[in-house]
Design a protein around this ligand. Structure first.
Ligand SMILES: [Zn+2]
Length: 464
């Protein structure tokens, strides 16, 4: 490796870095809407994490700024702006009983540092800060302003970075240490929408015994259960009809509960799951329960979604070389206030036109008289592999690890989408156990050291 002095400083400062990280882990910076005030838009504990981070950075010689307690930054150097986009808010710990270590303390054990935020994303944020410091202390002239931007509600929406963008300078290029090594340079576009059909004429159909249809909840999860509840006893042949579809039928005393079970998976890879709603829709042709209007509406859904996960029935199947096939997750179904509605999560390839896909969904839905609610649209991210940003980051990764680094494409949704010309760079190494958002979240001490060397190496390369 070049830049010997910088790497020596990374090692020399490692214990200080651990101490600063540990102090930060001890602040339970979970979004707290109930404690939010004008001064503390995400709750006072989140502000406290920002204060601590900025005070640490100032102590290391950085210029710092607090942006309305929603975001902040620490910066060193002169010249064009280079960004590192991280976040200091963390997910709730869940039940402490599921942890072997206190979630909001930093416990070193087994060569790891345990605690909420160690890997997502306080550890990588502090690592990047110390990488910049090493470069600054090495005596090299800084030809750029290296800025760690920290957001405070990454886990619950990107209000933090939206606030940053309103008044602060946008870096020429950035990386975010909040996903995976080597480099994630392609993220699919994401469309989240609701299809709805009013069934208000149902009572007039004279068969009001259906009480509920419910399956799935979150857009990004393949539903593993669907339940239908209706009053009265099951038709005698219901069991025979549903058996081949693997449904369970139970008499609950005041009605009949039919349950379809599948297997959940992330909406990025719906083909790895088994969608309970689609399973149910496949059985609808043989079922005759509930009002005919509802039966028809379910058959229409079947015609729109079928059993596949590539959006073929919806008329939106597509693929490209960079990011693969479009994926379509029929995420939830519910029957409320006289309307049947479904939630859907579509991830489309980076070279596709998202607006055209929306138009196609609208058309397919309109054909069977379903309406599409305004979709939430997160456009794809793609920074080609031959750009300076991607090439340099991969070079730095290879220089430190000695391993070949190829750019990676994912189903989308990282923090990088918030900034132009930004890619994810770490902090998980290939093959590492993912513990973000889970009990016993940890960061390996070797990994923490290695990522800091990689970040330092990359910054050296950009400092030219
Ligand atoms: Zn994160």
């Amino acid at each position: 490796m070049d830049n010997k002095k910088v790497h020596e400083l990374v090692d020399a400062n490692f214990d200080d870095m651990l101490k600063d990280l540990s102090d930060l882990i001890r602040v339970p910076s979970v979004l707290d809407e109930s404690a939010r005030t004008e001064e503390h838009p995400f709750g006072p504990r989140v502000t406290e994490a920002l204060d601590k981070f900025l005070a640490t950075a100032a102590g290391l010689g950085f210029r710092t700024a607090n942006i309305d307690n929603m975001a902040g930054y620490a910066e060193l150097g002169d010249g064009p702006l280079f960004g590192v986009l991280a976040h200091l808010d963390v997910m709730p710990s869940g039940s402490a009983a599921n942890w072997h270590f206190p979630p909001f303390d930093a416990t070193a054990a087994n060569g790891r540092l345990y605690g909420r935020g160690t890997s997502d994303d306080k550890g990588p944020a502090v690592s990047a800060l110390y990488a910049i410091k090493a470069l600054g202390d090495s005596g090299a002239r800084l030809a750029r302003r290296f800025r760690v931007i920290v957001g405070l509600d990454e886990e619950s929406g990107f209000r933090c970075i939206e606030r940053y963008k309103k008044t602060e300078e946008i870096p020429e290029m950035s990386f975010s240490p909040d996903a995976d090594f080597p480099v994630v340079n392609a993220e699919k576009g994401i469309l989240r929408f609701v299809l709805r059909k009013s069934m208000s004429n149902m009572d007039a159909m004279g068969i009001p015994e259906l009480v509920d249809i419910r399956g799935g909840d979150r857009f990004n999860i393949v539903p593993d259960e669907l339940a239908i509840f209706f009053r009265g006893a099951a038709a005698a042949n219901l069991e025979t009809l549903l058996m081949p579809h693997g449904a369970e039928i139970a008499n609950t005393g005041n009605g009949t509960l039919v349950t379809f079970r599948g297997k959940s998976a992330h909406a990025m890879a719906p083909q790895e799951g088994d969608n309970a709603i689609q399973k149910f829709l496949g059985a609808v042709e043989e079922l005759d329960f509930g009002p005919p209007a509802l039966h028809v509406a379910l058959l229409e859904l079947w015609s729109l979604f079928g059993r596949e996960t590539d959006g073929a029935s919806l008329g939106i199947a597509a693929s490209d070389e960079v990011s693969g096939r479009l994926s379509c997750n029929l995420a939830a179904i519910s029957f409320d206030d006289g309307a049947l509605s479904v939630k859907c999560d579509v991830r489309y390839p980076v070279t596709c036109d998202g607006d055209a896909i929306i138009e196609n969904i609208k058309k397919s839905a309109a054909r069977v008289n379903w309406t599409l609610d305004a979709p939430k649209h997160s456009r794809p991210l793609y920074v080609p592999p031959d750009t300076r940003l991607v090439k340099t980051l991969l070079e730095a990764y290879e220089a430190v690890t000695g391993e070949h680094g190829a750019p990676v494409s994912i189903g989308g949704g990282t923090y990088c989408k918030a900034l132009p010309n930004a890619v994810s760079f770490g902090a998980m190494f290939p093959g590492e156990e993912e513990t973000a958002h889970q009990p016993d979240e940890y960061i390996g001490l070797d990994s923490l050291r290695k990522m800091t060397h990689i970040y330092a190496e990359a910054l050296c390369m950009f400092n030219k």
